[in-house]
Design a protein around this ligand. Structure first.
Ligand SMILES: Nc1ncnc2c1ncn2[C@@H]1O[C@H](COP(=O)(O)OP(=O)(O)OP(=O)(O)O)[C@@H](O)[C@H]1O
Length: 485
């Protein structure tokens, strides 16, 4: 469900837009001044803006230029009661998508919004795919709405500003490769080679030759190929102890034995990824501790998709746009029921599995919206998981992940049954509780039940995410949620 920000000082117009947006399945967020609108853009994930031009203090044109200056590129539909050609031209120059004079036909506004969102999705998808082909994937190409992924991206940006080795921890399919490429692209080494090798899929002798070269082959080894750029070693935990020794020697000597039987200083930034926690491998003596400390200077954790359901809709839309363009199909998106189902699934194969599921669904469906029927495997698996959950009732509750080996298991056990709760409608003295207190307790209960996952909480309570955030603030519950995934 797209979040649409309405910035307008007229409360009646706000109310009209709010109702129209709700009726068409959008999540309206209202700001009654330019400053409030800009603050919401900073703190919430907004897909499009409906902006009034004539407002006291900060007018719409100033808001629009401020938005562009701050790098907000989402579509903006401008409306005003006093249209004049100069204003229209200036707004269009600042990238306004469409222009309406009041009173506005709500039907036309909805069509304009739908088109603007579709075009924006397409532009984003085209940009990402162009970047991918040019080998210039950036952090902006990563769909990341959840606080957990935004944290990983912030870490990625910090890593890109340095030259130190990076260790990306995360399950397969979480986007580790994408993260490594984005770090390379944003670092000084951008434009230089990015060489990727997977240590778990290449046998040891071949990997030895690819990494460190051999005189017989005369081919450039991976370090030589990556000279000046980045070498990305996926599944570094699978490297044999012998090759770990060679890698460590390279770190120590800072010199590279080249294919020409010579030694040359190397200038390669190393980014490694692992789906197993390396510290555990060192304890089991499968990974050299000295090498571990060389590699684990800047760790970045990529959370599994099941721990960031907020990203599922954005990722699904991204893949729908990508594959419908590739297949020449007209797919509008997913039904709400489908998104709910996708959010319930555990995604053991993470984003890659979601990408494949969407591709398959696009091949199965007639044009229109994807329904749960286009995801038969997910449907079957969800039914099976229900049964398993019932059987796992007695298991201990899950923990919050700090590292990949502590991420939630793919089958979430039910929490042990609790004692019956006290009557929430009565105070200790037996008087009827006031409404706000009951609402606060219900929100606290839902937050606990859904482990602070905002989309799930909002859905369970039957309210929009913006309403939920407002209520959290109102009841002083927002500070507790800063770590919520
Ligand atoms: N945040 C994201 N936004 C858009 N696409 C993503 C995102 N994360 C992953 N993908 C896509 O999902 C697929 C898997 O991502 P990626 O290859 O980076 O994962 P990985 O962790 O390296 O796993 P693997 O080793 O299986 O490739 C790729 O097609 C990638 O483009």
């Amino acid at each position: 469900m797209a979040n649409i920000l309405v910035i307008d000082d007229d409360p009646i117009q706000c109310r009209l837009s709010e109702e129209m947006l709700k009726a068409h399945g959008y999540e309206p967020i209202i700001a009654q001044s330019g400053a409030e609108g800009l603050a919401i853009l900073e703190s919430q994930n907004i897909q499009a803006v409906i902006l009034d031009l004539v407002m006291p203090e900060m007018d719409g044109m100033t808001v629009l230029s401020e938005m562009r200056e701050q790098g907000f590129t989402m579509p903006v539909i401008v409306q005003t009661a006093h249209p004049d050609i100069e204003n229209i031209v200036s707004a269009i120059r600042l990238g306004a998508t469409d222009f309406f004079s009041k009173p506005i036909s709500q039907e036309r506004l909805v069509i304009s919004l739908q088109n603007a969102l579709k075009r924006f999705d397409l532009e984003n998808c085209l940009r990402t795919e162009t970047h991918r082909h040019k080998g210039a994937l950036s952090f902006k190409d990563m769909a990341a709405i959840s606080p957990a992924m935004q944290k990983s991206i912030t870490h990625g940006e910090k890593a890109a500003a340095t030259q130190i080795p990076v260790l990306i921890e995360g399950e397969a399919g979480t986007g580790r490769d994408m993260m490594a490429r984005a770090i390379h692209h944003h670092a000084k080494r951008s434009g230089k080679p990015f060489i990727a090798l997977n240590c778990s899929t290449i046998d040891t002798d071949e990997l030895d030759e690819m990494l460190f070269g051999s005189l017989e082959s005369g081919k450039k080894n991976a370090f030589e190929q990556a000279q000046g750029g980045t070498l990305y070693l996926d599944e570094i935990g699978a490297l044999s102890l012998e090759l770990q020794g060679k890698l460590l020697a390279l770190f120590t000597e800072k010199k590279l034995s080249t294919s020409a039987d010579d030694f040359a200083p190397y200038d390669v930034r190393l980014i490694c990824a692992t789906s197993k926690r390396l510290l555990n491998l060192t304890k089991q003596k499968h990974f050299r501790e000295d090498l571990y400390y060389r590699l684990n200077i800047f760790p970045i954790y990529m959370p599994p998709l099941r721990d960031r359901v907020e990203d599922i809709e954005a990722l699904a839309n991204h893949f729908i746009t990508k594959f419908s363009v590739a297949e020449g199909r007209r797919i509008e998106g997913c039904t709400t029921e489908t998104i709910d189902m996708l959010c319930q699934y555990e995604w053991p194969g993470n984003v890659r599995q979601l990408e494949n599921a969407i591709y398959r669904a696009i091949l199965l469906t007639e044009d229109g919206r994807l329904t749960p029927n286009e995801f038969p495997q997910i449907q079957t698996s969800l039914q099976g998981a229900e049964k398993l959950r019932a059987a796992l009732k007695s298991m201990s509750p899950q923990v919050t992940p700090d590292h990949i080996d502590a991420a939630t298991s793919s089958i979430t056990p039910l929490k042990p049954a609790k004692k019956p709760a006290k009557d929430r409608f009565l105070t200790e003295e037996g008087r009827v509780n006031n409404l706000a207190q009951v609402e606060k307790e219900l929100i606290e209960f839902a937050l606990k039940k859904h482990n602070g996952k905002m989309s799930a909480v909002a859905r369970a309570l039957g309210i929009g995410r913006s309403t939920l955030y407002r209520k959290l603030k109102e009841y002083g519950l927002d500070s507790d949620q800063s770590n919520a995934a």
